[in-house]
Structure formats: structure tokens, C-alpha cells
Ligand binder design. Structure first.
Ligand code: 5CA
Length: 429
């Protein structure tokens, strides 16, 4: 993509409404624009990141055996009456009527809809287990939408739902999702700690929130310091589920069972990027979702639901990867891999070399943003640091006279001078 043609309205000034780094940077880097409180348009640069995150989530769901479908954003109130959540959900649910005076709502989550689909289409134990998911926009009329996409009113969620015959099966599904979540967040460069969470009315210990540690996180969390070592080594796995203490402040009981002694207990802030939940037959019973069991007797399906905050993750990744100049994208979610800077647009050698590099990288499938604008070098450097592409390839008249370009790593700030060919070789593959 040529910068001169790209819709990328970057800002020099820090917008006053933004309180945390990720919100400020998403506005300054031209990734999103607010259209109403907690409701955002995703501009091309931000949308590319959102899509990359979505794709990683999708690949790990598929690898865990889940199947993608797509349910609507608008739901009928009827199914929420069946589950008895229509009144209970309160003001967070956006409700309205269609022209026939039927009560409708913009879905805040999809347990009811998926249970209805299951009830109407699955008959026998032979069809189980099943894990179904979609990546779809949700609306929750949050009292205090804030921090940009972190706590929006409209936000993108991946929500999966598992159906099993019995508790053992449901536990296997839960563990498959648990493991998939760890892989998913790791691929984005994030260490997410699974925390025992408040299970509300349902009870049991099968509910976890996945938290990325960050000073700006909205949740208070407590965890065993052993996690710091495991996180550094990237070794948090399913064993952590039973062995090491980690809990949200809602669940944490000072001095309670399994709580480590004070010198081993860390108190921190976390961003909740995922939430998984086993709830047994809560919805299948309320909505009469039964299948025929092995002995011919009907059985209520054992269910779980598993959410990931896809749009929130964009903010969470920026919180983890930025400095005072801008974002530092991990390569797996970067909107482009390379930012190519032509230091002297209009200079014949600079233009020719850059055009050539741009064409070659494009042909090799490397995503490049080519800053071909006729602007000052300082403006281009600042813009490129702000949007945070992992690699900057800088071509100017002085270097090219010696046959070299400069390759800069945004994360480490390391710069090397290389021939064009060696720079290309480093960036391809
Ligand atoms: N039905 C369950 C699991 S599918 C559910 O809705 N869980 S949830 O309420 O915890 O939401 C799942 C994830 O969506 C959260 O972990 C969080 O990452 C994200 N999320 C929730 N509310 C918001 C919001 N207002 N803005 C951005 N992301 C949100």
C-alpha cells in the first residue's frame, strides 16, 4: 500500500479524551474513530489488525475442533424469556421493537440462540460432542464505556459453545478451549494468566478469566509469583489449572485455601481478554434442549461457553507493546510487516530503488506500507514509529550513493546498513 493513497489520518496531538496509552495511540495512529460513546469505526489500519487477531483466534478454535458458524446480531426477546434472562439482564441489554411490535434486542451474548439452534437440530448422542463458535459484534449498554475499544458498547467477541452428553465430556471440551486460549494469546505475543473467577450462581470451580497483566487493567488480580517465571519462559499450560494459585479479586479470599504466603503472592492489575465457563444444564433445562442418550432415555445437554474479546485484544496488545513514540506491533498481528521510507521522493534514484523494493516485497507476499509522500524525513520517521510496523526500511540519497539502505527494528531500535539485496533477503520469509 502506498502511503500517499492510504486512508490513514494520523494525529500529532494527543487527544484529550484518551486516558490510557492504547486509546491515545489507536486514535493518533488513525486506527479507530469514535462515532458515539463506546462505538467505533475501524479505519483501514485498525481493521487490518482486528482481522489478524480474528484469524489467529479462528485458526486455534478450528485446531481445537470447534466449528465456525455465524449467528445474527439481532435476536428475539422470546428465547430470552425462555431462559429467564430477559428481565434479569437489565439495562445493559439494548431493546427495541420491530414494525410488527415484536420485542427484539441486539445480542450481548448468544447462549439462548445457540441452545435454540441445538434444540431444533440435534437429536442423538451420536451427534455429540460439538463445539460451535462465531466471531460477531455484540452490544452491551455499559454504564461507563471507557478506554476506547477496551470497554466499548459495541465490540467484537469470539464466543464458542460446547455441547456434551455428560460432565466428563464437558470437562474435556472445557480443557480443549483452555489450551486453545493459551496458544491463541501466545501467538499474539501476550502472556495471559488463567485466573479462578467468580462463578456466580452456578458454583463449582470451572470458570476462568484470562488476564494480561497491565497497570491500566480494570481488574484486580492475585497470583503466585511462580507465574512470573513461567510467563517469561512462555510455559503456562493446563497444569497451571490445578497447581498454581491465581484468582481475580472477586474470587480471592485473603488467607483462603491454596493462597500462597504473602512473600509468594503478587497483587496486580489485569486486562480480561477471555472468559470460559462451564454451566452444565442451566440453559438446556430452561430451554428444553435434549438429545436421546445411549439407552434411549432423553438427556439434557451439558454446556459451556467460551469468550474472547477480539476488539479488546487490539488495545491489550498495544498496552503490552508501545513506547513514548508509538506502537511496537508483534509481527503476528502487525498491519504491515514493513514500512518503506523514501527519504527523498522525487529523486530519481530514491524513487527507482523504492519502487523496485516495493514491487519485489509485494511479489514475495510481504505486506509493505510504502511512504512515498513528498514530506520531511522527520515527519515520516515520527509517523512510522507511531504506527509501529515491526521493520522500517529507509532509503535516502546519501546511502544509495554508497549502495546501502537502512533497516530498523522498531521493537529494539537496532539499525543496520545493508545492500538492498541483503535487506530484501532478511525481510522475505
Ligand atoms: N457468554 C460468555 C462467554 S461466550 C460471555 O459473554 N463472557 S464475557 O461476558 O466474559 O465476555 C467475553 C469477553 O468479551 C470478555 O472476556 C472480554 O474480553 C470481552 N468483553 C466483554 N465486555 C466487553 C466490552 N464492553 N468491551 C470490549 N470487550 C468486552
Amino acid at each position: 500500500m502506498r502511503r500517499s493513497a492510504f486512508f490513514l489520518p494520523t494525529l500529532k496531538e494527543t487527544p484529550s479524551e484518551a486516558q490510557i496509552a492504547s486509546h491515545r495511540l489507536m486514535l493518533r495512529a488513525g486506527m479507530v474513530r469514535q462515532s458515539a460513546a463506546g462505538i467505533y469505526s475501524w479505519l483501514p489500519l485498525g481493521f487490518k489488525v482486528l482481522r489478524k487477531i480474528e484469524q489467529i483466534v479462528r485458526e486455534e478454535q478450528d485446531a481445537a475442533g470447534a466449528q465456525e458458524l455465524l449467528m445474527p446480531t439481532i435476536q428475539s426477546a422470546d428465547i430470552w424469556r425462555e431462559s429467564e434472562r430477559y428481565d434479569a439482564y437489565g439495562k445493559e441489554m439494548l431493546r427495541f421493537k420491530d414494525r410488527h411490535d415484536r420485542e427484539m434486542l441486539y445480542g450481548p451474548t448468544n447462549e439462548e440462540l445457540i441452545t435454540q439452534l441445538f434444540r431444533d437440530n440435534v437429536r442423538s448422542y451420536r451427534d455429540l460432542p460439538k463445539i460451535l463458535y462465531h466471531i460477531q459484534w455484540k452490544f452491551r449498554d455499559e454504564v461507563r464505556p471507557r478506554f476506547g475499544v477496551m470497554r466499548g458498547r459495541e465490540f467484537l467477541m469470539k464466543d464458542s459453545y460446547s455441547f456434551d452428553m455428560d460432565f466428563e465430556g464437558a470437562k474435556r471440551s472445557y480443557e480443549a478451549m483452555f489450551t486453545a486460549y493459551l496458544k491463541t494469546f501466545k501467538r499474539m505475543g501476550l502472556t495471559a494468566i488463567p485466573m479462578q473467577a467468580d462463578s456466580g450462581a452456578i458454583g463449582g470451580n470451572l470458570t476462568h478469566e484470562f488476564h494480561v497483566l497491565a497497570e491500566t487493567g480494570e481488574s484486580g488480580v492475585f497470583y503466585d509469583i511462580a507465574y512470573d517465571d513461567l510467563a517469561a519462559k512462555g510455559e503456562i499450560d493446563l497444569a497451571a489449572l490445578n497447581d498454581l494459585y491465581a484468582a481475580t479479586d472477586e474470587k480471592h479470599v485473603p488467607g483462603g485455601p491454596n493462597v500462597p504466603p504473602p512473600e509468594r503472592l503478587r497483587e496486580a492489575r489485569g486486562i480480561e481478554v477471555g472468559h470460559i465457563f462451564y454451566f452444565g444444564t442451566k440453559y438446556s433445562k430452561a430451554m428444553n434442549a435434549m438429545v436421546q442418550g445411549k439407552d434411549g432415555e432423553p438427556v439434557f445437554a451439558e454446556m459451556g461457553s467460551y469468550g474472547i474479546g477480539v476488539s479488546r485484544l487490539v488495545g491489550a496488545i498495544i498496552e503490552a507493546y508501545h513506547d513514548d513514540r508509538g506502537i511496537k506491533w508483534p509481527e503476528s498481528v502487525a498491519p504491515f510487516k514493513v514500512g518503506l521510507i523514501n527519504l527523498k521522493a522525487g529523486d530519481a534514484l530514491c524513487d527507482k530503488t523504492c519502487d523496485d523494493i516495493y514491487a519485489k516485497l509485494g511479489a514475495a507476499g510481504v505486506e509493505v506500507l510504502y511512504d512515498d509522500r513528498d514530506d520531511r524525513a522527520g515527519v515520516k520517521f515520527a509517523d512510522m514509529d507511531l504506527i509501529g510496523l515491526p521493520w522500517q526500511l529507509i532509503a535516502g540519497p546519501k546511502g544509495l550513493a554508497q549502495g546501502v539502505v537502512e533497516l530498523k527494528n522498531r521493537a529494539t531500535d537496532e539499525k543496520v546498513e545493508l545492500s538492498v539485496d541483503s535487506a530484501l533477503a532478511r525481510l522475505v520469509g
